[in-house]
Write a protein of this length. Structure first.
Length: 296
């Protein structure tokens, strides 16, 4: 199976590259931008095109969101022309107002924000015009590298001794980018084998949590890792923000369908954060060894 991944520097694109490198049944082609033409698809002949998400479209300018929407629209045209499946990953922020209960796949987002509505319109067009699609709605992604990585931004800010501001009244399910990459490849392998289970799916980490609690836990684990290595670092603090004074806004995705159809289990974000911090420490050791000229 050959996959074409757009937006080369995105944290999900990098995770997909790592996942494919561990496998022998999948080939990967990565494009720098988010735009692809029918002629390119004809030449490359991938089995699917994957578009990583705008991780936090609510925090982006209308121009950025509009450019992404235009690019997805163009990709849809190209995929339709060549009959190639389209996989579009989107942020849970499209559910702008949240829901009291976990959100099922059949619930189409109805945001008030004009930019988010533009993205929903693209999703409506994909569902209406092209059967061979996967729209994968994701909880907030975290990773150690790439654009939209979030976790690396938290670590870097704390290590500089600067404070991190995080919302205490928005609840969601943080999602490991590596878990998403593994799930997407597995889903597409099953599709290539005849599963024919196209449509919308939700994928997120387990355990709903606020951004403040998530960031505080990252700080605690980071401090524990550093202390265990004998390092004394004055980390920044985590400051709580509150935007919704009457009640917490909940964006909790119900991921039951992706389990029932593809057998994809949600990954506990706490374990994924711990694993990534272990990897961060190893990279830090390598960098320190390189800077001192010591052999490993």
């Amino acid at each position: 199976m050959k996959l074409l991944i757009l937006d080369a520097g995105h944290c999900l694109s990098l995770a997909l590259a790592r996942e494919v490198n561990r496998r022998t049944d999948t080939e990967l082609v990565i494009e720098q931008g988010v735009v692809v033409s029918a002629a390119q698809l004809q030449k490359l002949a991938p089995d699917a095109v994957i578009i990583p998400p705008l991780a936090q479209p609510l925090d982006m300018t209308p121009a950025v969101v509009g450019a992404h929407a235009d690019a997805v629209d163009g990709c849809l045209e190209a995929c339709l022309a060549q009959g190639i499946p389209l996989v579009w990953c989107v942020s849970d922020q499209l559910y702008e107002e949240g829901f009291d209960e976990p959100i099922d796949e059949h619930v189409v987002p109805t945001p008030r924000d004009e930019c988010l509505r533009r993205l929903v319109t693209i999703g409506d067009r994909i569902r209406a015009e092209y059967h061979r699609h996967l729209i994968v709605r994701l909880g907030p992604l975290f990773a150690l590298e790439g654009s939209h990585a979030w976790l690396s931004d938290i670590i870097d800010t704390l290590m500089r001794g600067e404070n991190v501001r995080a919302a205490e009244d928005v609840v969601f399910c943080p999602t490991s980018v590596d878990a998403v990459a593994m799930a997407l490849v597995g889903m597409l392998q099953q599709q290539a084998s005849g599963a024919n289970a196209w449509g919308a799916y939700h994928l997120a980490g387990t355990e709903p949590v606020s951004a403040f609690t998530f960031t505080s836990m990252v700080r605690t684990q980071l401090a524990t890792h550093l202390e265990g290595r004998g390092e004394q670092v004055e980390l920044g603090d985590v400051t709580a923000l509150n935007h919704h004074h009457d009640a917490k806004l909940r964006r909790v995705l119900n991921c039951r369908r992706v389990l029932e159809v593809f057998g994809v289990h949600q990954k506990p974000w706490r374990l994924e954060v711990g694993r990534m911090l272990d990897a961060w420490c190893l990279t830090r050791d390598d960098q320190q060894d390189a800077s001192t000229g010591e052999s490993v």
